[in-house]
Design a protein around this ligand. Structure first.
Ligand SMILES: *Cc1c(COP(=O)(O)O)cnc(C)c1O
Length: 470
């Protein structure tokens, strides 16, 4: 039959919208979306029919339209399996929240909450009241507030305490965290003038003392989160630096970055300075992130002296940087878990994942290796390997946590095959993200808790080369 004649057999959008096959889709997605998707499908069908194909059934057209709508509606902010080996991966959303935090956040989304309302007096309350006592209890600080993230905490603190004046920082601490967080840029945005002291590898007490003058507003100490200067080095610790600042009536600000609230050594990890230590050592303000080692939602916590917090809280910038009820609820619930340190590593996912033993992860790798081998259809050699996980987000950059996983190497040794495998894993309904290292795709299993879900998703793996190793 002539293509022109067959083109006349293609149903119109109006006809299709009345057909039984489409009524259900309209129920689900609404008439405008279905009509739009049908138009798109029909355009494609006209092209294939002109090229000689048969006209598909109305049912097939409806199915294609529904698939198109579903693909279009699917969020790009997709849940995925983080098998990169970096537990707090900034690009993958950092900390996973504890169940208690998820429940609290959900409840605050569903119901009205006493966000700025004092239930006792019936009068207006303060957003910070929900967290102040708890944070002070956990850190030993006199006062506390919470803002959008730690970058905001640093920005707001500097602006509130030293706008138009000088802030003294060691050259060894002028860090870039990645993305757009560079200490000198944040300082400039906050309106303070940066005064660099010392050298990259060595800064002495006298460097700070010599730099203090009438224009000095504060001294800033920054945790060099994501790198270490090793060898011939010297830095001035918080305690000594606090004494230098206080001699001259200046506040010492300590940007701790990850800022843990608990001693990581008690969980078998390397020591990372805690917020309580910085406060006890004399830092007047300490800032840290909510979604790094703390294991909560994105937030920046500012703790310290009451008079300084007063200046921070009355800065109009605070209003622009505050957190919403959802994160406030999640953060409060997360912090509450710290009151029971014995069960923290069970309840707080970040700590639970970091403290999984290598033996346990290796057993999981052994359980999964043949299933993964079957999913890749023999095109890749799958082996159980020992590897090292990273904490991530700037915590203990040189420390790796002994871990285990699966290494997938292309039988033909082809790098293109490996890239195709990584792409196929990313296309899964719940994508699997590993890392390519020395000719293998490594799946570090430290962060794999939903093993059954992982196995179920693997069955959807669709390697474009169909498993041949050409
Ligand atoms: C991570 C980090 C920041 C930025 O914190 P965010 O919560 O990502 O805004 C600032 N300073 C230091 C030292 C950090 O490690």
């Amino acid at each position: 039959m002539d293509a022109d004649i067959r083109l006349r057999d293609i149903p119109s959008v109006d006809e299709l919208l009345r057909s039984a096959a489409v009524v259900e889709a309209i129920e689900c997605f609404g008439r405008p979306a279905v009509a739009g998707a049908l138009r798109g499908v029909l355009t494609r069908i006209r092209n294939t029919v002109r090229a000689g194909a048969d006209v598909p059934s109305s049912d097939a057209i409806a199915t294609a339209a529904v698939a198109a709508i579903e693909a279009d509606n699917r969020s790009t902010l997709r849940p995925l399996f983080n098998l990169t080996g970096t537990v707090l991966h900034t690009n993958l959303g950092r900390a996973l929240l504890a169940q208690a935090a998820i429940d609290a956040a959900t409840a605050s989304m569903r119901e009205a909450v006493a966000l700025e309302f004092d239930l006792e007096s019936g009068k207006r309350g303060e957003r910070d009241d929900h967290l102040r006592a708890l944070i002070c209890e956990l850190t030993g600080a006199a006062d506390a507030t919470v803002v959008n993230n730690n970058a905001a905490a640093v920005l707001l603190t500097l602006n509130s305490l030293a706008a138009g004046r000088e802030a003294i920082v060691s050259r060894g601490e002028l860090i870039e965290i990645g993305g757009a967080f560079r200490m000198p840029d944040i300082m400039q945005c906050s309106g303070v003038r940066l005064v660099e002291v010392g050298t990259t590898n060595r800064t002495h007490a006298r460097d700070y003392r010599d730099a203090i003058g009438p224009e000095t507003g504060l001294i800033l100490k920054v945790h060099t989160s994501n790198y270490r200067i090793e060898g011939f080095t010297k830095e001035v610790g918080v305690r000594e630096l606090a004494a230098i600042a206080h001699e001259r009536g200046l506040p010492l600000i300590n940007d701790l970055g990850s800022g843990t609230l608990t001693d990581l050594d008690r969980f078998g990890l390397a020591h990372e300075p805690t917020v309580a230590e910085a406060v006890a050592d004399g830092a007047d303000i300490v800032t840290f992130s909510g979604d790094k080692l703390l294991g909560g939602p994105q937030a920046g916590v500012i703790v310290g002296r009451g008079d300084l917090l007063e200046r921070i809280n009355t800065n109009p910038m605070k209003r622009a940087l505050r957190v919403d009820k959802i994160r406030l609820a999640a953060l409060t619930a997360t912090l509450t878990l710290y009151r029971d340190p014995d069960r923290l590593s069970e309840r707080l996912p970040t700590l639970r994942l970091l403290t999984r033993s290598q033996a346990e992860v290796r057993q999981q790798a052994e359980r999964l290796s043949h299933l993964v081998g079957r999913a890749v259809n023999g095109a890749f050699k799958v082996s159980v390997i020992d590897c090292g996980s990273q904490i991530g987000s700037g915590a203990l950059p040189l420390v790796t946590v002994p871990s285990a996983g699966l290494a997938l190497a292309s039988s033909s040794g082809s790098g293109r095959m490996l890239a195709e495998l990584a792409a196929a894993l990313r296309r899964l309904p719940m994508p699997v993200i590993g890392r390519i290292e020395r000719g293998s795709l490594i799946l570090d299993l430290r962060c794999l808790e939903d093993e059954e879900g992982f196995i179920a998703h693997l069955s959807h793996l669709d390697l474009p080369t169909g498993g041949s190793s050409s």
